[in-house]
Every structure is written in structure tokens, then in C-alpha cells.
Design a protein around this ligand. Sequence first.
Ligand code: SF4
Length: 333
Amino acid sequence: MNEALYYRVSGNNIIECYLCPHNCRIREGKRGICGVRHHIKGKLIAETFGRASSVAIDPVEKKPLYHFYPSKQILSIGSFGCTMHCSNCQNSSISQCKDISQKKSTKAEPEDLERMIVENDLGLAAFTYNEPTVFYEFMTGLAKLFKSLNVKSVMVTNGYINKKPLLDLLQYIDAFNVDLKSFTDEFYRRITGAELKPVLDAMEIIKKASKHLEITFLVIPGLNDQRDQFINMIKYLAHNFGRTQVLHISRYFPNYKMNIPPTPPEKISEFVAIARENLDFVYAGNTGDYMDSNTYCPKCGHLLIVRNYYSVRVRGLRGNNCESCGNTIEGKF
Ligand code: SF4
């Protein structure tokens, strides 16, 4: 049993976990909101430690990351639990977890993962599939190992993490994809059971630390597809993170408890066009071949990276520069 980080014991034997902004107060025998941090005899146990739900090798574009070593493969590791309870969760069988001991886990010993990295000549690893914050101790242990192997670590996250654990994490994680689910607190509270502000704060910390950040926004009809709110969000991103902030605007499909029909592709086109007025690198996700997801130089329009689903070709870049006009493109190429 591995003891968790970021908790204290208060009076009446109540544990206060301060890993994420829920700041749960947990009684003996109970778990926090994430379902995987368990108060046992005055200690908080990180039940996710060493327990992977899945280990796979994916294209890095699948995370999605489009400006971080495009076309490379990435070792992907998930565990169980989540700090949010979205009614449209795409991975509810692993993330909406009540008792991890009932879950079947995959072997993910450090030496097995190291072997996969060496055998497949991988330079990237991602913590993904469920929310990595809730397997913080497992993640940081592996990220330290990956760093020693010169492998870059990526966190695919909802961004719901407190400042101190995030600051501590930055030394191990090279790139983040943060799922910004809405630009209203009302949506966050009703659909995810969390709050908006800590997610914005986390993104600002990541950006300030000069880590690579890409943002994903899933458009759900009737819930977060109001044009005015979307424009406010884009202006916020452009103002705080700059025009070069990479944004993925994704199409929703019904999942878990949500049966709203899928986002019309026309809505994605509309939002992509709006976002491109203020941001240089906006991509449509989950749209099949309805819209192209290539990267063009924002200065001269030269085609830099060609994408067709997960087939990717970097063709117009010399290092970080457009081969046509020399413009510097933000990212790791
Ligand atoms: S990580 Fe889990 S236990 Fe800790 S505060 Fe967040 S939801 Fe609660």
C-alpha cells in the first residue's frame, strides 16, 4: 500500500487531501471524490500506485498534440479514477471508479515499460486515458524514470489540480494537453462536478513555466456551444497565452449518461473560423475528413505539416522554422 502525497490529518482523525481543488475531507475507511484515494487507519493511501488500466503505443496526434514531435509514437499509460464526473465521460469504465480493488489492472512495472520504450525506440510517454492527477505518485515515479531514459513525458489532463502539486510536477512533465470543458462555472459545476477557475489557474502556471501546452475544447450542443461564450473564451486564450496557442475544437458524440445528439460538423466549422480570427493554430477534432487538420505557416500560408487521420508528414519545416519564409513556429518539431 503506497501512501499518498499532499494530505494532512486534522482533528477527529479526518484526512484532508489537498492534491486537487476539491480538498476532500475523508473519514476513516472512506475515499475522496476521485474514488481512488483511501483513508486507512490515519493514512491516505494512493490506490492507483502501480495499477495501470491500460498501456498502449499511440500516435502522439491522438492525445491530441499537434505541435509536439508530430508523427512520433507515444507510450500511453492510464490508471483509474477522476477528479471530475462528466456526464459525457468517454472513459467511464476506468475513470468513474468506486472501488479500484474490483478493477482488473494491466501489468506496468517500470522494467516492462522501459523494455517497451527501448524495443519500440520511443522518445515520448503520456499519462492519459483517465485523469493522471489522481495517480500522481505512480505518474511522477514513472516520469522520473522516463526522464533518466531521455523520454519526454506528457500529461493529458482536465487541469483540476492544486498549485503546489502542479508546481512540483513541472520538473518531470514536458508537455500538457488540458481539456477546457467550458468557459462558464455553471457548466463546470453542473456537468463535471468541479469549477472553472482552478483549470484556468493551472493552465496559466503551465504556460508561465514555459511548458508545451495544447488545449482541447469539446463542443456539446446546447451546453457549451453559445457563440458569445465561445468568443469570450477565445479572447481570453489569445490575451493570456498569445496568438500561437494551439487549440483543438472537438466534435462531441453521445457517451455515458449523455444522449444529446452529436455536434453538427457545421458548428465545428463555425467555431474554428471564429477561433482563427485570434489564434494561429486551431484544429478540428473528431470530424473525420470533413475538415483538414493541416498546419500552415500563419505568416506566409506555406503548408508545414500534412495530416490525414493519424497519417502525418512534416514537410514544410526546417527545425522550428517555416522553410518558405523563415517564420518561427511554436512547438517541438
Ligand atoms: S485528489 Fe481525490 S481525494 Fe484528493 S482532493 Fe482531489 S478528489 Fe479529493
